[in-house]
Design a protein around this ligand. Structure first.
Ligand code: SF4
Length: 82
């Protein structure tokens, strides 16, 4: 019986990483190809959005920030007119 750790990624049916995986710490190189050591099919991980295993990309959390207080801005604007 072959030890699983001794098997190559391609022998274990791992698919090469996709462009979006570039920069991820989980990418490993083996005989000229790059594989993800956590996920069998990187392409499928990215098909639905950001890979949740990615170490280099995080979903952006959009926080709406009000930069200008609209009331104060209106007061300032009317003050200028005078
Ligand atoms: S963890 Fe995700 S982003 Fe990183 S190499 Fe694997 S599939 Fe690509």
């Amino acid at each position: 019986m072959q030890n699983q750790a001794a098997m190559s990624f391609s022998e274990r049916n791992f698919q090469p990483v996709v462009e979006s995986c570039e920069g991820c710490d989980r990418v490993v190189e083996e005989s000229g190809s790059q594989f993800c050591r956590s996920y069998l099919k990187p392409e499928a991980k990215w098909r639905l959005g950001i890979c949740n295993f990615a170490t280099h990309a995080k979903p952006e959390i959009e926080i709406a920030t009000i930069r200008v207080n609209p009331l104060k801005a209106a007061k300032r604007a009317s003050a200028k007119k005078v």
